[in-house]
Design a protein around this ligand. Structure first.
Ligand code: NDP
Length: 296
């Protein structure tokens, strides 16, 4: 039997629909429009695509979108000044500074300058600390989307063995915190982990966030496990024509689908959920800023 394909695209559309309803209700009842400001420094082509998609989906959900595109040479002080301006702007409820930033800018300094209440990416140390101590935080969008798909597919996660491969601040670590918060027994694996295949085979929930194309083969997966593939890797696809490429995850989908109970595809799995969660976080931030009940 092959694994159930967890359709992140469809789930994300549902989440966006709920957010749009929440936005409309907020507007009707209180005359408030949530606003999301996205700051892009430089011309990284992948970042440009993300920022465009974020802007489009923000407007589709009925929110205000403020895009700030800065030159790659922008001094750090100018970026910090823009962040300060957005922090003070009552029409802006969420601020996202697209990473990576050019090398001459201190990423940690910029992220710490964002008002934690507007930090819809959840990267500010205050939000990291709140999440780590089980308090109400702004939760990073990618792991939040993964958790939503896991809960939707499995229901109660308590007591399950979860293995997160990858320990980055933006995916691996917050993912592990969220799974711990749902009472999983969590293992975080990384490049120094010994017997990685054995570690993965113990997982009822396997989250791959490595950035290495198809690194995890089907025989590393426990039969029936739920696999969330966060990786987005572009590889050559000569079968599509000269110079063509295609996207693959960190999991070898064709072999994994024969063993797993359920799996997210790449593309169409975690990716669309990330933007949906960004919109959900912006709505939440807006409700909190106005002392209104948060959406479920
Ligand atoms: P990072 O490069 O920051 O982290 C990668 C992690 O993988 C590190 O912890 C690293 O370990 C670990 N790793 C690297 N090689 C191995 C190995 N051979 N065995 C075990 N662990 C290894 O990446 P990100 O967390 O930012 O992103 C991971 C992937 O997720 C990327 O493909 C990225 O494109 C994708 N992504 C997708 C998003 C989405 O919306 N779907 C959003 C964000 C990211 P160590 O710490 O020891 O170096």
């Amino acid at each position: 039997m092959t694994a159930t394909r967890i359709d992140g695209k469809a789930f994300a559309a549902t989440v966006r629909g709920k957010v749009a309803k929440g936005v409309a209700a907020l507007n009707t009842a209180h005359g408030i429009t949530p606003g999301l400001a996205v700051v892009l420094v430089g011309e990284d082509p992948a970042s440009q695509v993300y920022v465009r998609n974020k802007g489009l989906q923000t407007v589709e959900a009925g929110m205000a979108s403020f895009e700030h595109k800065l030159d790659a040479e922008t001094p750090e002080a100018d970026l910090l000044a823009l962040v300060a301006k957005l922090n003070a702007d009552p029409a802006v409820h969420g601020i996202l500074v697209q990473l990576p930033l050019p090398k001459h800018i201190d990423e940690a300094k910029v992220l710490s300058a964002i008002d934690p209440a507007k930090d819809v990416d959840g990267f500010h140390v205050l939000n990291v600390g709140l999440l780590g101590t089980g308090q109400k935080a702004m939760v990073p969008c990618t792991p939040l989307g993964c958790l939503m798909m896991l809960r939707d597919h499995l229901g109660d996660l308590s007591g399950l063995n979860a293995v997160v491969v990858g320990r980055s601040n933006i995916v691996g670590k917050p993912m592990a915190q969220l799974l711990l918060g749902d009472s999983c027994t969590v293992t975080i694996a990384h490049s120094r982990t010994k017997e990685l295949a054995e570690v993965c085979r113990r997982a009822d929930i396997l989250v791959a966030a490595v950035g290495r194309p198809e690194m995890i083969p089907g025989d590393w997966i426990k039969p029936g496990a739920t696999v969330i593939d966060v990786g987005i890797n572009r590889i050559p696809a000569p079968e599509k024509g000269e110079g063509k490429t295609r996207l693959v995850g960190d999991v070898a989908y064709d072999s994994a689908v024969q063993v797993a109970g359920a799996i997210t595809p790449v593309p169409g799995g975690v990716g669309p959920m990330t933007i949906a969660c960004l919109l959900a976080n912006t709505l939440t931030a807006c409700c909190r800023a106005n002392g209104l009940p948060e959406p479920e």
